[in-house]
Design a protein around this ligand. Structure first.
Ligand code: ADP
Length: 403
């Protein structure tokens, strides 16, 4: 008897497809950057697991689980790795050897421990970038105070003395104006044991930054070049796009792309740069993660830095980084003093047309602590700047009692 012919109206039953689930993302660190990454991950149905040192951080409310522990301890990283498909970082201050242990145990970690090792030590970072031929301020390692005076013979005064590791928001830097400043800066920054290096002072006319997101296969997207304005070494506001000549924007963008390639970044990377009066662009430093200079992308770009970081580390196609409006301004909302993490004036700020406040949900405000940010889109930079300053001025953190 001939075999039964397959019939299109009565197909043979197929084996059931295994249930598919979205990948789970591990976040080392649970602050505001992790919170905004978690929001982006949840858009794709992904759950997140956070590893943090303290409970009740901004991302904790969004996480499936928060593992409490020191993120430098490989055992804690392995616990995180066991619960997730891919691990990523919200800060670069995680011991790279511990991340390497996670990789050796077969877990996916992006950016890689190799990239983090190079970037978290500013001297190694500068050496890697110099090796790749990228334009930088002149720099040299200093083993003792006398090396600073020797560097000044080449670089002149002032000089900037920097910690190689764990510096942020200007904590870890000192500007030295003469030999008289050497001893106090050395003591203040904890000199010795290869902890510091020195670089020439750059008389910049503007500080620029750009976010590049690079995927696992080496493909990348570049956000617009922005201008960042610091107050007391903390990013105060970001203007997008930077009001510079097109050739400068193009050069800065190319330098940033080569920078990200040179450290084989996977994920979002902030490239901070100095613009000098003669149009020279120098790389200041790298942030191997989503970055404050890219917060404006949430409302102002087709695909935000947070969404693109999630796409990159999960190995998915990258999204469009283009601006949705001619201009955007982001203002950081810093604590005005100790008090609650719940702001006054949110409703008033929301009443300003086009204002997008973000409140990070930190339990307590402290003077100068990043408590939130606010973005405004506009037809021109001056228009967006005026509105953003007005709306941000209506919000205040830190003068109410701790709840
Ligand atoms: P952090 O990691 O603390 O942000 P940075 O190295 O970016 O440290 O320095 C913080 C700020 O200090 C910069 O945004 C810039 O305003 C200033 N600065 C840093 N290096 C130099 C330099 N070589 N010349 C002039 N200003 C500098």
């Amino acid at each position: 008897m001939p075999p039964l012919a397959a019939s299109s109206t009565n197909p043979a039953p197929k084996p059931p497809r295994p249930p598919t689930t979205s990948p789970t993302l591990g976040l080392v660190g649970g602050g505001q950057l992790a919170k905004m990454l978690a929001q982006a991950a949840q858009q794709f149905g992904c759950e997140v697991v956070v590893l943090e040192r303290t409970p009740n951080t901004p991302a904790a409310h969004l996480a499936r689980t928060t593992l409490l522990g020191d993120w430098d301890d490989p055992a804690n990283l392995l616990k995180l790795g066991a619960q997730v498909d891919v691990t990523t970082l919200e800060n670069e201050f995680v011991a790279s050897e511990s991340l390497a242990a996670l990789e050796h145990a077969g877990h996916a970690v992006w950016p890689s421990s190799r990239t983090i090792r190079l970037v978290q030590d500013k001297l190694l970072q500068k050496e890697a970038l110099a090796g790749a031929g990228l334009p930088l301020p002149r720099f040299v390692a200093v083993a003792e105070p006398a090396d600073i005076a020797a560097a000044a013979l080449n670089f002149g005064w002032p000089l900037v003395l920097k910690k190689r590791r764990n510096g942020y928001d200007g904590k870890g830097n000192a500007t030295l104006r003469s030999p008289a400043d050497i001893a106090s800066a050395w003591a203040e920054l904890g000199g010795g044991a290869g902890a510091l290096y020195v670089e020439e002072f750059c008389p910049f006319v503007a500080e620029l930054a750009i976010m590049i997101v690079r995927g696992r296969a080496g493909e990348s997207v570049a956000y617009p070049l922005v201008e960042t304005v610091q107050q007391n070494h903390i990013c105060h506001l970001v203007k997008a796009p930077a009001a510079v000549a097109p050739d400068i924007a193009q050069r800065a963008s190319e330098i940033a792309r080569l920078t990200v390639e040179s450290v084989e970044m996977v994920g979002a990377m902030g490239v901070e740069m100095f613009l000098l009066a003669d149009g020279t662009v120098l790389v200041n430093e790298l942030a191997p993660r989503v970055h404050n200079s890219g917060h404006y992308t949430i409302e102002a770009c087709v695909c935000s830095q947070f969404e693109n970081h999630v796409r990159a580390v999960l190995g998915w196609p990258l999204g469009d980084p283009s601006l949705l409006a001619p201009a955007a301004v982001m203002v950081n909302l810093l604590g005005a003093g100790p008090g609650s993490g719940t702001p006054h004036g949110l409703a008033q700020a929301l009443a300003v047309p086009g204002s997008h406040p973000h409140v990070y949900g930190k339990a307590h405000s402290q003077t100068g602590r990043k408590m939130g940010h606010l973005t405004v889109l506009g037809q021109t930079l001056p228009e967006a700047l005026e509105k953003a300053r007005h709306a941000a001025g209506l919000i205040r953190f830190g003068d109410s009692p701790i709840s």
